[in-house]
Design a protein around this ligand. Sequence first.
Ligand SMILES: C[S@@+](CC[C@H](N)C(=O)[O-])C[C@H]1O[C@@H](n2cnc3c(N)ncnc32)[C@H](O)[C@@H]1O
Length: 431
Amino acid sequence: LRLGGDMLSAQFDTILISEVKINRDERIRKEIRREAVASLAESISRVGLLHPIVLRRDSVLIAGETRLTACKSLGWTHIPFQYFDNIEPDQLLSVELEENVKRSDLTWQEQCDALAKYHALKLRTEEGWTQEKTAEALGMSVGHVTNHLNVAKELASGNKRVGSALKLSTAIGVARRGIERKKADQLATINLSLSDDEDDGALAEDTVPLETPILNVDFVDWAETYSGAPFNLIHCDFPYGINADEFAQGAAKSFGGYDDSPETYWKLVDALLKNRYGLMGQSAHIIFWFSMQHYGETLARLQKHFWVDPYPLVWQKSDNRGVIPDPNRGPRRIYETAFLASHGDRKIISAKSNAFAAPTSRLGEHMSEKNVEALKHFMGMVADGGTRLLDPTCGSGSALRAGRDLGVASVLGLEINPEFCEMAARAWRDA
Ligand SMILES: C[S@@+](CC[C@H](N)C(=O)[O-])C[C@H]1O[C@@H](n2cnc3c(N)ncnc32)[C@H](O)[C@@H]1O
C-alpha cells in the first residue's frame, strides 16, 4: 500500500486505483486539464488528499477524476474513497456542484454559479473552510477560484456587462476592473467625507441631476471653489490653443468662434491640474482632446500627475472635412486626437479600438462639435451607471448627450458663452 506516508488528513476506506472504473459514457466531463492535475498533485504531496473520491457500489467513479489522476501521477497504488450512497445530503449536493463546475456542457455562467454555491455550502457546513480548500477540492488554482467567485458575485448582482461576456476570461477581466473601480470610488467618498464633515449637504448638492446639466460659468473660477461630489470621468475639449478663431479660412467666427489663443488653452490646463483632487477625488478617467501642435508639452504636463496612454485616441472625420493649412506642403487634416488618462490608476470597463471613423456634425452655431457616436465609442471604455461626468468646456454639449446615451449616473457641463449654453440645453432637450 502506498499512500504517500501520512498524507491522509482523515480516515477513509481505500481501493486499488486500478480497480476504479471510469464510465466515459456516463461522465459528462471528458477533459481533464493537465495543469489542474499537476497543481493538485503538488498540493497533495504537500498537505495530503483532503477529499476522498466518490464511487458507486460497482466501483464506477462518480466524482474526483482529477484527484484520481493526480494521485496516480504521484505513484499511489491505492486511494481513499467513499460510496455515493453513504454520503450525507449536504455532501451529495457538494459532489453534484463540484461536478457541475467542470461539466463542459454547461455555460460558463452556470459553472460559475455552481462554484459559488459549492464554496458557500462548504463555508456553511465545514468549519474553517477557505478558498484554498475549494481550490484543492476542485483541482483549480486559488486565483482561479477567486476569479470565479468575483464573477459569480457580479452575476448575482445583475451586472449585465459581466453576464453578456462571451467567454469566462472576458467576464473575469470585466468583473476585476469593476471591483477595482468600486473600491476606488468608496475610497474617494470616504476621503471626501473625512475632509468635508462640517458640510454634510455638500456631497450631493453640487451634483447636477440629469434634467439640468449645463451651467454658464468660467471653468477656471468654478474649479477653484467646487466642493461637491468628485467626478470620475472628465471629458476635456478645451479650445486647442491654435488660434483657430483667426484662421479656419475666415469661416470660424460665423460658425460660432471662441477665443482659441495658447494662453486660454494653458490657463484651462493649469486649472484642471491644480484642482484635480477637488474635481476627481482619488480616481477618475480623463479624455483630453488636444492639437498635435501642443502634443509634446500637453503629454508632459498631464504625465506629471496622471497615467497617460501615449497613443492618442483618433476620431477620423469620415466625411473628409478638415483644413489644409498649407496646400503646397502638407495634406488636409481630417482627424482629431485625444489622450486617455487616469488619475489614481483607475481601470477601464472594456477595451475598445483607439480609432473611430464618423462624420463631422454641426448643430449650427458651434465651430468644433465632436461627433456623438465617436464620443460614445471612446467614452464607452470608461463610462457606466456609476459614472459622474464633467465636461468643463462643453460647447454644444455633445459629450453630455453621449454620456446620457451610455447611461451615466450624472452629467455636468460648463460653458462660458451663454449662447452656446442655450444651444447645448436645446440639443439636450431635443436629442
Ligand atoms: C473645443 S470647444 C468644445 C466643443 C464641444 N466639445 C462640442 O462638441 O461642441 C471649447 C469650448 O470651450 C468654451 N470655453 C472657453 N473657455 C472657457 C472657460 N474658461 N470656461 C468654460 N468654457 C470655456 C468655448 O466657448 C467653447 O465652446
